[in-house]
Design a binder for this molecule. Structure first.
Ligand SMILES: *Cc1c(COP(=O)(O)O)cnc(C)c1O
Length: 404
């Protein structure tokens, strides 16, 4: 028997790797010093650990440790990048370009920028959720200061053509920020090859602790920004406040493990994902894949199950931790903004389930979940007259429903 509940929501957060916890422990106890204390060994030990962690996190994306600014997570990093760049370079222009499928941390920050006088272009994506680099080029004006694009999408896993976009922003002399919260540690991403100027990272998306993140800020050519948090001038004035030493040590270890094991792990996670997909799609009709069939995260499987209510589905899968694109599980009434931007019809958006596989999932869990999904979807559809009609080849859209 597999142990339940089964965790398949690794895009929301990941469990702490035991090796990461082990690395953190001494910094919660005997090495408790403040990394800013320059006058004694307690401070030196903390400082040294933080510096090693900078190197490890930066190395994951091909950068240097000197370019890392510690933050509380990707949300803060994104805020710092977008607000900090537009503020510092406000004499150059006030135009920002991003995509409609970005994480709320980017979209809500952009809406805030609009209220404070910036102009923001929210680009459309194709039906697989992918941005066309030429659309970015076409949107750049002489007032554009920043382009912000996520490397990989947290709902549908789609991986954007970051290298192609970076070539364009570099050519045009526009800063390029990449939200790499989902991609870092999962797919190879090199800030120099891709001409990235700023990258936002989060420890808890890669088996590190929650509440720790980093903004990587390019030094050559130098990228400058206005800090959001004042008080002591830590992080070269970009982010004041005492460093969360155990947190950044954990982040460093998580990055080191991710880099060392990425090739092997991504093959393993991809095989699990493919197995899950094959078993579900093989056992059911009218199941649709959301996101890009190839350019997507290895651990991502986002499926829409026609004629199954998202809420009913989530209840039927109560022993499996997954996410739904349906409104029923969130505070808003709208279905996922990502699926809508991909042109997924509202009905299908409401029936979408995101399976997020990760480092600690097993084949046994995959087989159990696939069997459960097939069984539950069949049972829910047995109660749906619409499904019967669709199966009989009746085009439901052509029917004029009577109000009586
Ligand atoms: C999780 C996530 C964030 C926010 O990261 P936090 O560290 O939780 O603040 C931003 N962008 C993407 C793509 C994410 O998946």
């Amino acid at each position: 028997m597999v142990k339940t509940p089964i965790y398949m929501d690794n895009h929301a957060t990941t469990p702490l790797d035991p090796r990461v916890l082990e690395a953190m422990m001494p910094y919660l106890t005997e090495h408790f010093g403040n990394a800013a204390s320059r006058s004694h060994p307690f401070g030196w030990a903390a400082e040294e650990a933080s510096e090693q962690a900078r190197e490890r996190v930066a190395a994951l994306i091909g950068g240097s440790g000197k370019e890392i600014v510690w933050t509380s997570g990707a949300t803060e990093s994104i805020n710092l990048a977008l607000k900090g760049i537009t503020e510092f370079y406000k004499d150059r222009g006030n135009h920002v370009i991003t995509a409609k499928t970005e994480h709320k941390a980017v979209l809500d920050t952009c809406k805030r920028l609009e209220r404070s006088g910036c102009e923001v272009t929210f680009l459309d994506v194709d039906k697989h959720g992918r941005l066309d680099p030429e659309a970015v080029r076409a949107a750049i004006t002489d007032r554009t200061v920043l382009v912000s694009v996520m490397a990989a999408n947290n709902e549908i896993g789609t991986i954007h053509p970051i290298r192609e976009i970076g070539a364009i922003t570099r050519e045009k002399g526009v800063f390029f920020h990449v939200d790499a919260a989902q991609a870092a540690g999962k797919v190879a991403l090199d800030v120099n090859e891709c001409n990235i100027d700023l990258a936002s990272l989060s420890a808890h998306k890669m088996y590190g602790p929650k509440g720790v993140g980093a903004l990587w800020v390019r030094r050559r050519p130098r990228v400058r920004l206005t800090g959001l948090i004042d008080g002591g001038g830590h992080e070269r004035g970009m982010r004041s406040g005492t460093i969360n030493v155990p947190g950044v040590v954990g982040f460093g270890m998580a990055a080191e493990i991710a880099q060392r094991e990425m090739v092997e792990e991504s093959a393993r996670v991809r095989a699990l994902r493919d197995r899950l997909q094959q078993q579900i799609v093989g056992g059911l009709d009218m199941v649709y894949l959301n996101g890009h069939p190839e350019h997507r995260l290895d651990g991502n499987l986002n499926l829409s199950f026609a004629f199954v209510e998202g809420e009913g589905m989530m209840m039927a899968l109560k022993d499996v931790a997954v996410s739904s694109g349906s409104a029923c599980t969130s505070a808003s009434l709208e279905p996922s903004h990502v699926l809508r931007a991909c042109g997924v019809e509202e009905d299908l958006a409401h029936t979408s389930i995101r399976f997020g596989l990760g480092r600690f999932n097993t084949e046994e869990e995959v087989d159990h979940v696939a069997k459960l999904v097939v069984e539950k979807v069949k049972r829910l559809r047995d109660m749906s007259p619409l499904y019967e009609m669709a199966k009989d080849g009746i085009d439901l859209k052509s029917i004029e429903w009577s109000a009586h």
